[in-house]
Design a protein around this ligand. Structure first.
Ligand code: 13P
Ligand code: SF4
Length: 347
């Protein structure tokens, strides 16, 4: 029996095996798991995950920022709005959420009687973390008569203190539906909030949160890329800083960016969002060139360290072990459900 030790989160290296050896061997991989217990992995993770999907009556929902192999096995790939809509309508018994904690939490809020699994419980979000509930409660109290519109990238506790949840797909549309004389707090992303203010002409009080991925794109390097590729279009997510957005030919949620890359006549794009989305862009238009916008540090691209904690191996283990499961206190869940339902109705 061939055995290989791997650290969870890294893909096993099968390159040293020839095909015959791999096929004829009952192959298991020894895995150092989070809790240090030893676990075995099947050689064909895709087949094993498909089998578990049938056994559990599970659906795999994946965000565009997931690793390509996770995207390839998902039943649905989408942005935050699309994923919330899928979670609201699924008939599966088990939701395997390949995304970050607040996304799986949203799925659980919508599905109290389903098992919601997140492959890595540590897959958090710097933006959600930038809005702690205690401080936000004080902020809200300091702005009486304001209604709270919160970006879905926040914890269930913040959702429970909100009137309407929005995503980057529908933030402008939802704010436009709020009566003009109604003061608004927008949380937690100041960049999306600023963008919505520009698009709607509405003043809003902004919580000063931000995303560690979208805030670190380098304007200077993007401009250098534009000089090298004068025909390139810059496409950017509204979580980016204004200095980056002002160079964008198109601004939108991840789904909107994907759709734009399909319909635009341009054949080269500088993509200012997490580069996981490029997997779908290249699948649809392999003849087009997609350049990930570089961050201010030395890296060439800007992957979300939270999203990328999920791996195919962890996804398999979560389904096999029915864990880690997302659970919430019922009072928080019920309070958080109302503004999410409002969003789904208003979208
Ligand atoms: P969307 O999925 O709304 O495009 O947001 C991107 C994001 O940052 C998710 O974490
Ligand atoms: Fe959070 Fe930003 Fe990562 Fe999205 S990309 S999960 S907003 S840290």
């Amino acid at each position: 029996m061939v055995k290989q030790t791997i650290i969870l989160g890294r893909r096993p290296d099968f390159s040293s095996l020839d095909i015959g050896e791999a096929l004829s061997t009952v192959f298991t991989t020894t895995l150092s798991y989070q809790n240090s217990t030893q676990s075995t992995l099947p050689i064909d993770l895709f087949a094993a995950i498909h089998a578990l999907k049938q056994e559990l009556n599970a659906v795999i929902l994946a965000h565009y920022y997931q690793d390509p192999d996770i995207q390839d096995i998902a039943d649905y790939i989408g942005d935050s709005l699309g994923l919330a809509q899928q979670a609201a309508s699924t008939t599966a018994d088990v939701i395997v959420f390949a995304g970050v904690h607040f996304m799986a939490e949203t799925a659980q809020i919508l599905n109290p009687h389903k098992l919601v699994l997140l492959p890595d419980l540590n897959a958090g979000c710097s933006l959600a973390d930038s809005c702690p509930p205690k401080e936000f409660a004080q902020f809200k109290a300091a702005h009486p008569n304001h209604i709270v519109v919160s970006y879905v990238n926040c914890t269930a506790e913040i959702k429970a203190m909100s009137d309407i949840i929005c995503t980057s797909s529908n933030a402008v549309k939802l704010v436009q539906q709020i009566p003009a004389d109604q003061p608004i707090i927008f949380a937690p992303d100041r960049n999306l909030g600023r963008y919505v203010m520009e698009q709607t002409g509405r003043e809003m009080v902004l919580w000063q949160g931000s995303c560690m991925v979208h805030e670190t794109f380098s304007e200077k390097k993007i401009v250098q890329l534009q000089i090298q590729h004068p025909n390139a279009e810059v496409i950017a997510h509204p979580e980016c800083e204004p200095a980056v957005l002002r160079h964008a030919h198109y601004i939108g949620s991840t789904t909107a960016l994907l759709n734009y890359s399909k319909s635009s006549a341009s054949s080269i794009f500088i993509v200012a969002t997490e580069p996981g989305i490029i997997h779908q862009m290249e699948k649809y238009a392999p003849e087009k060139i997609f350049i990930p916008a570089p961050p201010m540090n030395q890296c060439a691209c800007n992957e979300c360290p939270h999203m990328r904690l999920n791996t195919l191996e962890k996804l398999y283990l979560a389904m096999r072990d029915r864990s880690p499961e997302i659970t919430l206190p019922e009072a928080i869940r019920l309070a958080a459900l109302k503004p999410i339902q409002r969003m789904l109705e208003m979208s």
